[in-house]
Design a protein around this ligand. Structure first.
Ligand code: PHE
Length: 447
């Protein structure tokens, strides 16, 4: 079996992890969730959750990955607790289910890039969305997006993932910055910023019970936590890297990209007078695309925006495919190319029902967000905090200058605060799922 790869440089790892984190979650859901949940008031809650829950939870996955230097399924046995492999396995399954529908949305983005150039959605963005989001075309674009993902993962950690993300992340940031400057010149910019950034505390206090679980789900999803992805990525990491410093950098960059996306989207929407509305994904594809269609230079702006979205989605998709791929490559004597292709084909098939019906896509999304993700984070917290706390705390200090106080605080945080917080989120999420299941016909999908 070939020797296991590592990232060439520390920056290479950070780019790859940021690539995983920055995705549809940042550029798509984040601005809309903020807009529809009370603007800046939501932002404060969200940022608190990202730093208080997301950052320490990312370190949980990092210590498991780097300590074991194994894929997320074998890692637990390597650390001496093979009974816990099911936790990593659940995470890997979560990755695969997520990639199944994530790739379908990636396919929509492909259609929107073409549609920006041809002007196909300028007249009737709603009809365009209907024609590309479900049906034969959606299956086809899903296949293309998946093939692109396989193409990168097949080349491996260094010449595939690291090389691709080193180009993609700067491209995303530069394009978004350019569009934000353009956005500032639009007529609706001031109103857009106001909507995005002025807090509605009354809305927040009245809806806190639904806002907090939404913010928790969004925070974990955007940081790529709960799917074992960060275990896989950290397993290729050098021993003298500081996990807290790298984790901090990844969390900060990911948050800045999300904030930046809002500075593009809201001026565009307000320039045309599109009500940001309830923030559903399909509403967003329709509302924002419609606005591009009416703006001078909208074709270029739209194409640039959807290219950013494609790069972001692709750099996340490769991390989702790398996770199961790393398991097979570590344990069986198959070529990485063969493994990535076979897994890509299987996940493509799993995604086909969601490419035929956006309702099904919404269900995949809900099950992942509300069920799998919190369960896996809870299991990782229990494992790191109460089972493998010795090697875990040891690993956290390895290469780090953060000191023992930080490690102790982190350990107790992982032992108590994260399980309580995530446990509550899980209960609320399951309740919501049950309610939805009972009112199946009227369930509105993909909120
Ligand atoms: N973080 C990605 C996003 O925001 C999604 C993702 C989740 C990617 C989990 C990998 C693992 O879109």
């Amino acid at each position: 079996m070939a020797e296991r790869e590592t990232w060439t440089t520390r920056v290479g790892f950070i780019f790859a992890a940021v690539g995983s984190a920055v995705g549809l979650g940042n550029i798509w859901s984040f601005p809309f969730q903020t807009g529809s949940n009370g603007g800046a008031a939501f932002l404060v809650v969200y940022l608190a959750i990202v730093f208080l829950f997301g950052f320490p939870a990312m370190l949980m996955e990092f210590v498991i990955g780097r300590r074991s230097e194994k894929n997320p399924i074998s890692a637990f046995g390597e650390l001496g607790f093979p009974n816990w492999s099911f936790a990593g396995t659940l995470g890997v399954l979560g990755s695969m289910v997520t990639l199944a529908f994530y790739s379908v949305i990636g396919g929509w983005v492909l259609s929107y890039i073409v549609g920006s150039l041809t002007g196909a959605y300028f007249g009737d963005a709603g009809a365009f969305f209907g024609s590309v989001s479900a049906g034969g075309l959606a299956v086809g674009t899903h296949a293309i997006f998946m093939a692109m993902t396989v193409g990168i993962v097949a080349f491996g950690v260094q010449s595939g993932i690291e090389r691709a993300t080193k180009f993609m992340i700067p491209a995303i940031i530069v394009l978004l910055l350019g569009m934000a400057v353009w956005g500032a010149t639009l007529e609706g910019a001031a109103a857009g910023y106001d909507y995005y950034l002025s807090p509605d505390f009354q809305y927040l206090t009245e809806n806190i019970a639904s806002i907090v679980p939404a913010a928790v789900g969004q925070a974990f999803f955007t940081l790529s936590l709960g799917f074992s992805v960060m275990i896989a990525y950290a397993s290729y990491l050098g021993r003298d890297d500081s996990l807290p410093a790298d984790g901090g950098a990844i969390v900060v960059i990911n948050t800045l990209v999300a904030l930046l996306a809002g500075f593009v989207i809201f001026p565009v929407l307000f320039a045309i007078g599109v009500e940001p509305g309830s923030g559903g994904t399909s509403t967003a594809f329709v509302g924002l695309a419609g606005a591009f269609g009416q703006l001078p230079g909208g074709a270029v702006l739209g194409a640039a925006f959807f290219v950013v979205l494609l790069l972001a989605a692709l750099s996340s998709a490769i991390s989702l495919l790398e996770t199961p791929t790393s398991y097979v490559v570590d344990n069986y004597d198959y070529e990485r190319k063969t493994v990535a292709t076979a897994l890509g084909a299987a996940i493509f098939a799993l995604g086909v029902p969601t490419a035929l019906d956006t309702g099904t896509l919404g269900w995949y999304n809900d099950v992942v967000f509300k069920l799998l993700l919190p369960i896996v984070v809870l299991l990782f917290a229990l494992f790191v905090g109460w089972v493998a706390y010795g090697p875990s705390t040891d690993e956290l200090t390895q290469g780090s200058t953060f000191g023992d106080g930080f490690t102790t605080l982190w350990l107790w945080w992982v032992r108590l605060v994260i399980p309580v917080g995530i446990g509550l989120t899980l209960v609320l999420g399951v309740q919501e799922l049950l309610v939805k299941a009972q009112i199946l016909e009227s369930a509105v999908i993909l909120a």
